[in-house]
Design a protein around this ligand. Structure first.
Ligand code: GLN
Length: 537
């Protein structure tokens, strides 16, 4: 294989323009033309990874098979490309500095002053090339977090400039994503912020090759010509990116704008075949023409920021389309659920999902929601903390274990039905020390989980410190809560179900991380199906 081609994606004018979606859409089109593509994200913050960040700060923390706690954009990459990412796909400033400083302490730079240039920029470049050097990919798309002009982005921009300088023009290109604001009073899209943001890149020695312009109204020929002229790019390199009904429409919009073709021309790569988007289009057709509709309540404590549950929301889109069903997801704050209003809050739902989380805030509302689902035969799906709460609810109200709890919330409880894993007890550091990444699970044949997966050996991703306490297994099973999935090595309980309930299933792992457009997750698909049945009954 030839040496890989590099595409850098930078952002200008404002944050939140959707660099992740544009990168994933471009990658999808190139992949659909037969290229092997991967995407990586470089984040300018000092945290070594987003694992210790509150979801309110940065949205969901996404977990890869190899146990990396990463930016939620990696979730989009996987959902679009249907190939797993890894630790190497997400790098932060904290990780770069940690590595360089550790090397300095080892004496690797003896005699030298360690500086941002060249030591930090060299380490950034080394990591930018890591996936390319693996020989597995023809095209590496690198998304730079932050906005051009931010102080903390400077070393990354400098690294891109150097990569550009070191490589042939056709081996390394830069796509700049910008915004064309619309002035309603004069009915105009304005180009000045884009011109300024390109100037800022030029000051750092980077001439972007392609401009992707986010806009709320069509970008006409005149405006394209003007942007091309003043930003020094070819007219076909000004790409319109209008707001789309869903993120899954963006690849088709970029195809229409010929973003993939323009990229391939600049990289001097053959266009090969037209992109093979048939299964993607099938998904879109099913998604947009539902035959059923269900209302699912997502009970959690970060509901003010839907990004906190990004992968769950997307998994419902995949599972909904799979079932020809529109899933109306209702975010319900668990702190607002009380004994007196639970019927009013949840009575209209066709399914209840209790979300992952940490700490004891708003826990009792989750337990009330689970009790309601259990007693009223409403389909229930618990994820991670949601499973732990389902176990606690059952212990308290069916087994009569008064005040049963997780030792995360009540270390002194008489009934620690959820307890810390023994390996976790010795750990003092918080960052990157949970049970993380993919673990095998064995599903028992006569279970709902088995009917969903259609097989016994599965692998799912984890992110937790606490677990079901096997000391109580017999008590639970004698009253109808069965453990239908266990880790074959450690015997940790990974899935629990209620025998006497139409659909009540909870998992210690995070199935949402593995749901993709082309492979909807079986447990989400099965849960939506149960919700459809419930809504028809
Ligand atoms: N707080 C729980 C634990 O650490 C659940 C974590 C989660 O929901 N991801 O085990």
């Amino acid at each position: 294989m030839h040496s890989p081609k590099y595409i850098f994606v930078t952002g200008g004018v404002t944050s939140s323009l959707g660099k992740g979606i544009i990168s994933a859409s471009l990658a999808k089109l190139l992949q659909a033309r037969g290229y092997s593509v991967t995407i990586q994200k470089f984040d300018p913050y000092i945290n070594v990874d987003p694992g210790t960040l509150n979801p309110y700060e940065h949205g969901e923390c996404y977990v890869t098979d190899d146990g990396a706690e990463t930016d939620l954009d990696l979730g989009h990459y996987e959902r679009f490309l249907n190939v797993p990412t890894s630790q190497a796909n997400n790098v932060t400033t904290g990780r770069i500095y940690q590595y360089v400083i550790d090397k300095e302490r080892e004496g690797a730079y003896l005699g030298k002053t360690v500086q941002v240039i060249p030591h930090i920029t060299d380490e950034i470049k080394r990591r930018m090339k890591l996936l390319g050097d693996s020989g597995k990919y023809e095209i590496i798309i690198t998304e730079l977090g932050g906005t051009v002009g931010d102080i903390e982005s400077l070393p990354y921009i400098e690294a891109v400039r150097q990569m550009n300088w070191e490589m042939k023009p056709e081996d390394c290109i830069v796509i700049h994503l910008t915004l064309l604001p619309y002035l309603a009073t004069s009915h105009e899209l304005k180009t000045k912020p884009t011109q300024h943001s390109v100037k800022m890149l030029l000051e750092s020695g980077i001439q972007p090759d392609i401009l992707v312009c986010r806009a709320e109204h069509p970008v006409n020929k005149e405006i394209r010509k003007k942007i091309a002229l003043f930003c020094n790019v070819t007219p076909n390199a000004v790409i319109e990116a209008l707001d789309m009904p869903t993120i899954y429409d963006v690849p088709m919009a970029m195809l229409k704008e010929k973003l993939d073709k323009t990229v391939l021309t600049k990289l001097k790569l053959p266009a090969k075949n037209e992109p093979e988007m048939e299964s993607w289009l099938n998904f879109l057709t099913k998604f947009k023409n539902p035959k059923h509709e269900v209302k699912i309540g997502l009970v959690g404590k970060y509901v003010e920021l839907p990004d906190a549950y990004k992968s769950i929301a997307e998994a419902f889109i995949h599972a909904g389309a799979h079932n020809d069903c529109k899933v109306k997801l209702e975010y319900i704050h668990s702190s607002l659920i009380t004994d007196g209003n639970v019927e009013h809050k949840l009575g209209h739902l066709d399914g209840i999902l209790v979300a992952p989380g940490f700490g004891d805030r708003a826990i009792e509302g989750k337990i009330l929601a689970i009790k309601y689902a259990r007693e009223n035969n409403v389909p229930f799906f618990g994820i991670c903390l949601g499973m732990q709460m389902a176990v606690i609810e059952f212990a308290r109200h069916v087994l009569g274990f008064k005040d049963a709890h997780s030792t995360e919330m009540n270390p002194k409880t008489k009934y620690p039905v959820i307890d810390m894993m023994p390996e976790q007890k010795k750990i003092t550091q918080k960052g990157g020390t949970m049970r993380l990444g993919a673990y095998a699970c064995e599903v028992s044949k006569d279970s709902k989980a088995y009917s969903a997966y259609g097989k016994a050996k599965i692998s799912e991703r984890h992110r937790h410190r606490f677990e079901f306490n096997n000391k109580f297994q017999k008590d639970f099973e004698s009253k109808g809560m069965v453990i239908s999935g266990i880790n074959p090595e450690t015997k940790l309980a990974e899935i629990v179900e209620l025998k006497e309930h139409p659909y009540f299933l909870a998992v210690q792992f995070h199935p949402e991380y593995k749901s993709t457009v082309l492979n909807p997750h079986p447990l989400f698909a099965r849960f939506v199906k149960a919700a459809i049945t419930y809504s028809n009954s």
